[in-house]
Design a protein around this ligand. Structure first.
Ligand code: ATP
Length: 367
C-alpha cells in the first residue's frame, strides 16, 4: 500500500439520521487544513462520535459531502480513506508483545521486515516504549497501554488521525501527561488530527481549533483563545472555562442592569440602539470567575459588593462563592487574597470582561 501524505478534509452540510429516525448531526460544516489539530468537544450525546465515525467510514453519511484532499470520499470504505483511528477502549492484542502490537498493521500491509523494525523502533522512541517492547499488554500500566494504542495508529503513515476520547480510561495524572505527549507527537509528525473529547481542558490545551457541539449542532468553531474570550452564546461561554462563566439573568432598564445590590451602567459598552432594543427585556450578564480583581483598581470597570459565602483553595487559585443580595456567582482569585467566609467584599470586573447575552436566543449581544 502506498504511503500517504498528511491530508486535508472538507465536511459540507453533513447530516446523520440513524435508521430509527433520530437526527444526530445537523448540517456539519468544517474545513480541516493539512496538519491541523481539531478537537470536537461537547456534552455526552451531542454527536461528536457520530461525526468522527462518519469521517472514519464506520457510519454512513445520511446527507452532505465529505472530501479528502478535494476528492469525494462519501462512498469510500474505511480502508480506502487512509485514516487511522484510536478508540476509547484501546483493545490491544493481549497475546502479542508491544513490538508485535505495533508491527501488526504494517505486517498486514506486507511491509518489509526491516522497514517494520525501523518504524517500530522509531515509534517506540517517540512514545517512550523502547524498554517495553518485549512485554505483553497485561504487564503495562494504563498509560503505557494507551501509548501502544496511539503508537499503532501513528506507525502507519495515513492522511488523517482520528481519536475518540483516547484518554478517558486513564487517571487524572496520566491524562495530563498523555495530553502533552499527544500534542508533542502531533508537533513531530505534523499529521492532520481530529480528536473527540467531552473535556474542555483537553480541548483548550491540545487544539489548533475547537468545534463546540450541542444536540447535534455546531455552536462555534474557533481557536481556544477565540472560544474563551469571544464566545457566541451562553452555551459556549458556560462550557469553556472552569469554574464556568457566571451567567446571571437580569433585566436591562435605562442602560443599566442590576446584579443584586449592584447597578451596572452599560452605556459606555453598548450602543444606544442596542440598549433601546433590549430595554425592559431579560438579558444574561456574563463574567468569568477569574475576571474579578480584588485589589488593584483597573479602569474602566464595574465596582461590585458581595458577601463571601464559601471559599475553596485550589492551590494556584481559590474559588470564592459569593452572594450579591440573592444573586449568586463564583470568583476565582489569587489564593493569597482569600477573605474569610461571611466577609463583605468589594471587587471589580473590568469592562472588557463583561458579556451580555440575549436571554431568549442565548446569543451574545455586541455593542
Ligand atoms: P458521548 O460523549 O456520550 O460519546 P457523543 O457526543 O459522542 O456522546 P454520539 O455517540 O455521537 O454522541 O451520539 C449522538 C446521539 O445519537 C445520541 O443521542 C445517541 O443516543 C444517538 N445515537 C448514537 N448511535 C445511535 C444509533 N445507532 N441509533 C440511534 N441513535 C443513536
Amino acid at each position: 500500500m502506498a504511503e500517504k501524505e498528511t491530508a486535508y478534509l472538507s465536511l459540507r452540510n453533513i447530516n446523520k439520521i440513524y435508521p430509527n429516525g433520530f437526527h444526530a448531526v445537523h448540517n456539519f460544516n468544517l474545513d480541516v487544513q493539512k496538519g491541523e489539530f481539531i478537537v470536537f468537544v461537547g456534552p455526552s450525546g451531542c454527536g461528536k462520535s457520530t461525526t468522527l465515525r462518519m469521517i472514519a467510514g464506520l457510519e454512513s453519511i445520511s446527507k452532505g459531502d465529505m472530501l479528502i484532499n478535494g476528492q469525494s470520499a462519501n462512498e469510500k470504505g474505511p480502508r480506502e480513506r487512509e485514516i487511522a483511528m484510536v478508540f476509547q477502549s484501546y483493545a490491544l492484542y493481549p497475546h502479542m508483545s508491544v513490538y508485535d502490537n505495533l508491527a501488526f498493521g504494517l505486517t498486514l500491509q506486507g511491509v518489509d521486515e526491516d522497514v517494520i523494525e525501523q518504524r517500530v523502533m522509531k515509534t517506540a522512541a517517540i512514545l517512550g516504549l523502547t524498554d517495553y517492547l518485549d512485554r505483553k499488554p497485561r504487564a503495562l500500566s494504563g498509560g503505557q497501554r494507551q501509548r501502544v494504542a496511539v503508537g499503532r495508529a501513528i506507525i502507519r503513515k495515513v492522511g488523517i488521525f482520528l481519536m475518540d476520547e483516547p484518554l478517558s480510561n486513564l487517571d487524572a495524572k496520566q491524562r495530563v501527561t498523555m495530553r502533552s505527549e499527544i500534542t508533542q507527537i502531533h508537533r513531530e509528525t505534523g499529521a492532520t488530527t481530529i480528536y473527540v473529547t467531552h473535556d474542555q481542558t483537553e480541548a483548550m490545551t491540545m487544539a489548533d481549533r475547537i468545534v463546540v457541539m450541542k444536540d447535534g449542532y455546531i455552536q462555534q468553531i474557533g481557536t481556544p483563545y477565540e472560544l474563551y474570550f469571544d464566545p457566541v452564546n451562553t452555551f459556549v461561554a458556560g462550557f469553556i472555562g472552569e469554574p464556568p462563566m457566571n451567567l446571571l439573568k437580569t433585566v436591562l432598564k435605562d442602560g443599566s442592569v442590576n446584579l443584586g445590590q449592584n447597578r451596572l451602567d452599560l452605556t459606555s459598552l453598548f450602543s444606544d440602539e442596542t440598549l433601546a432594543k433590549y430595554n425592559n427585556k431579560e438579558v444574561v450578564v456574563g463574567f468569568r470567575p477569574e475576571a474579578a480583581v480584588l485589589t488593584e483598581k483597573e479602569s474602566p470597570s464595574f465596582e461590585m459588593k458581595c458577601n463571601v459565602e464559601l471559599t475553596e483553595l485550589l492551590g494556584d487559585s481559590a474559588n470564592l462563592y459569593i452572594d450579591m443580595d440573592g444573586v449568586q456567582a463564583i470568583l476565582k482569585v489569587d489564593p493569597h487574597l482569600i477573605p474569610d467566609s461571611d466577609e463583605a467584599l468589594n471587587f471589580l470586573i473590568p469592562a472588557k470582561s463583561l458579556y451580555l447575552f440575549d436571554s431568549e436566543t442565548s446569543l451574545r449581544i455586541r455593542q
